[in-house]
Design a protein around this ligand. Structure first.
Ligand SMILES: [Zn+2]
Length: 180
């Protein structure tokens, strides 16, 4: 089935309906600016990308925590910094999904993803600070950072699990957009 998708001009806000599976470049008739995908299709795509970045960030965070146990502070810091930047990217995508969602379930999933990824992003930054303090021999500072990070990790746990795009599809009955 051919589905109509909505594109919105970033300049004047005019909306264009495009039918078909491809994602064409849509140029606004009024102001010649490029229109970007919006609405449900944009929300689902953003959720999908956000979830992928989130999973990657989670993996980097656990690897870096294991590296701390091994006493490799500089290496761990690199891992925490990468995790923080992937969490940040996932927060951006979940925020887009939340803004464009016209479905309650999608909105709730995106909101949970955004909140949880934000907590983990903060935790990764505190942990990065901790590795630096440890390297500098500032033990008291390091344990303060560690405690701050643990509080954020605890808060993240309370948000539960971030649903996969497949779970989202089952909850909403919406068709998942193929990866662009
Ligand atoms: Zn326009």
């Amino acid at each position: 089935m051919e589905k109509a998708q909505t594109y919105r001009c970033d300049g004047c806000g005019s909306e264009y309906r495009v039918v078909g599976k491809s994602q064409p470049k849509v140029v606004c008739r009024n102001c010649d600016r490029e229109a970007t995908l919006c609405g449900a299709a944009a929300a689902q795509r953003a959720y999908h990308i956000g979830y992928t970045r989130y999973r990657e960030a989670r993996r980097q965070l656990s690897d870096a925590l294991a590296t701390v146990e091994d006493g490799e502070m500089a290496l761990a810091r690199g891992g925490f910094d990468s995790a923080a930047s992937d969490f940040e990217a996932s927060v951006d995508q979940f925020t887009t999904a939340l803004r464009e969602a016209d479905d309650e379930a999608l909105g709730e999933f995106a909101e949970r993803g955004r909140k949880k990824a934000t907590c983990l992003w903060q935790a990764a930054e505190w942990l990065s600070g901790m590795t630096y303090a440890r390297e500098q021999g500032e033990t008291a500072q390091a344990s303060t950072y560690r405690k701050d990070a643990e509080n954020r990790l605890q808060a993240a746990r309370e948000y539960g699990t971030v649903s996969s795009p497949e779970e989202l599809r089952q909850a909403t009955g919406l068709e998942v957009q193929s990866e662009a």
